[in-house]
Design a protein around this ligand. Structure first.
Ligand code: NAP
Length: 212
């Protein structure tokens, strides 16, 4: 990925949308667009996770498929970009290394906002170098309607009060859709039309992804 030529990163607010995206769906796109507007982001950079450290033992679709599906999904939005920074790594990828990459080379001087699921952020205190991470970016924790947002607020306020100003909560009704839900539907032979952009639906069909 690269930011458009002639743009000065040090004057930009940039959203970094981290996720496994297995597969990307409409909920992710609505989230990125809502975050872009609410936080005045100039660009949202989607970062499909390479080998997520917490999922080493689980089956995750190869990174090349997840990267290509993400690219297909964001094609029509000029404010959305996809980064290969994690998918090109052979070893497990940690958010701190990704943020350091953007801070030093990808978008030096920009205000960085890391956007991801609230349940992922609940685990942040277990992430590699979390205290350095918290110093480098602001977090946008995205939640589904039924998810108890208060819990995240309570946990961060009790354990690490300094985190509360660094984590913003964002509830997205469209995120009732999940990647797990889509994978299950494909395995059952059910339609996923309108749950993900059509090119992604076609890609899944063509490559036989998520079949039992
Ligand atoms: P996950 O456990 O697969 O997802 C947790 C929840 O968040 C799921 O409900 C998921 O829904 C949702 N979600 C994930 N990404 C989202 C996004 N960008 N916007 C809205 N909802 C999102 O989490 P993950 O995808 O593996 O990890 C999320 C991010 O945290 C990744 O960038 C990962 O690298 C990072 N992470 C870093 C560390 C570390 O550095 N040690 C540890 C864990 C995670 P869907 O399934 O529908 O997406």
């Amino acid at each position: 990925m690269s930011l458009p030529p002639n743009c000065k990163p040090d004057q930009l607010n940039i959203g970094l949308m981290g996720g496994t995206f297995d597969p990307i769906h409409i909920g992710h796109l609505v989230t990125a667009e809502e975050a872009r507007q609410q936080f005045s982001l100039d660009y949202v950079i989607f970062i499909p996770a390479g080998l997520p450290p917490h999922k080493e033992s689980k089956q995750v679709t190869p990174a090349r498929h997840r990267y290509l599906m993400t690219t297909l999904a964001v094609m029509s939005n000029p404010s959305f970009i996809v980064s290969r920074v994690e998918v090109d790594k052979k070893e497990p990828t940690y958010t701190i290394d990704t943020i350091r990459y953007f801070e030093s080379r990808g978008a030096p001087g920009a205000n960085l906002y890391f956007i991801t699921g609230a349940d992922a952020i609940m685990e942040i205190l277990t992430w590699k170098d979390y205290s350095a991470l918290i110093g480098l970016c602001t977090f946008i924790a995205v939640s589904r309607p039924e998810y108890p947002l208060d819990r995240l607020g309570e946990i961060t306020a009790n354990l690490y009060p300094e985190l509360t100003s660094k984590i913003h909560l964002l509830e997205i009704p469209a995120l009732a859709i999940s990647s797990t839900f889509i994978r299950k539907r494909v395995a059952l032979g059910k339609t996923i039309k309108y749950l993900t952009p059509e090119p992604v639906e076609q890609y899944i069909k063509k490559h036989g992804l998520y079949k039992k």
